[in-house]
Design a protein around this ligand. Structure first.
Ligand code: NAP
Length: 255
């Protein structure tokens, strides 16, 4: 593999399944030590830890609800104490509402929960990570946004709002943290075949509509999102900050 993260310490949120799990495995393969969190999927997390651990680096799982500020403090403290440093944070954990939710039916509780898990979590994990990165005089922060963060998503408007806010948050951080050599870039996936979106992708009507709106005529794989995340985390991206890498088979151009 040409990209190396040898000697780097990474924290990846939502590493038990989907894109996060693929990133944990790819980062370990590239030589990084990795701490990742899971929330509910303990068995899946153990499997990811085992598979990623085959590459010989340190890989550890930690239970945390990233929507809780106190959990993120424990998660970041755990990562630094186990890995001895912190070079890369991938703020990936997130949720999406499978059922369409019209705005007039969206409750305050549903709005708050989406923002808590998808947006507050990104602020919170970064908040606790930055002091260590400032000490080290370098760092890479990679929040995971979405095509929905750029063009919105009808009936999933709170999801789109959370993902759009991640982009403006990342852009502000990029200029704020550049003086510490901390680089902040988003990856924005389109439709990816994971537990999150498989029920729609695999449905007859939903699958057809999705594929017809993607120029490459298919949904992506978790591994195809992990690759660009790895690139941003690597030294190949040392002069990039404040950017959004779209990984969606061309879909964002057509929506
Ligand atoms: P996924 O397969 O559903 O996995 C979500 C991950 O996030 C799991 O590891 C889950 O942990 C974790 N998570 C969820 N809520 C959490 C919480 N409150 N605290 C801690 N961890 C939590 O989803 P995915 O498709 O990989 O999505 C990953 C990211 O990509 C998300 O931010 C998503 O919005 C974004 N994205 C996905 C797509 C897509 O089509 N899949 C498209 C655009 C953007 P547990 O299972 O252990 O609870």
């Amino acid at each position: 593999m040409m990209i190396s993260l040898a000697g780097k310490a990474a924290l990846i949120t939502g590493g038990s399944r989907g894109i996060g799990a693929a990133a944990v495995k790819l980062f370990a393969q590239a030589g990084a030590d990795v701490v990742f969190n899971y929330n509910k999927a303990k068995d899946a997390a153990e499997q990811v830890q085992q598979e990623a651990g085959k590459h010989g680096t340190r890989v550890e799982a930690f239970k945390a609800d990233v929507g809780h500020h106190a959990d993120n403090k424990k998660l970041v403290d755990f990562a630094i104490s186990r890995l001895g440093r912190l070079d890369i944070v991938v703020a990936n954990a997130g949720v999406w509402n499978l059922e369409d939710l019209p705005i007039e039916k969206m409750t305050e509780k549903q709005w708050d929960e989406m923002i808590r898990v998808n947006l507050k979590s990104v602020y919170s994990v970064i908040h606790f990570s930055i002091p260590q990165m400032i000490k080290q005089k370098s760092g890479k922060i990679i929040p995971i946004s979405s095509t929905a963060g750029q063009r919105g998503e009808s009936f999933h408007t709170h999801y789109g709002a959370s993902k759009g806010a991640i982009i403006s948050f990342a852009k502000g951080l990029a200029t704020e943290l550049a003086r510490h050599n901390i680089l902040v870039n988003c990856v924005a996936p389109g439709w990816v075949a994971t537990d999150m979106s498989n029920p729609v992708i695999n449905s007859k009507a939903g699958g057809k509509a999705i594929v017809s709106a993607i120029p490459l005529r298919r949904a992506g794989t978790a591994e195809e999102i992990a690759g660009p995340i790895l690139f941003l985390a690597s030294d190949l991206a040392n002069f990039m900050t404040g950017e959004v890498i779209n990984v969606n088979g061309g879909a964002v151009l057509c929506g």
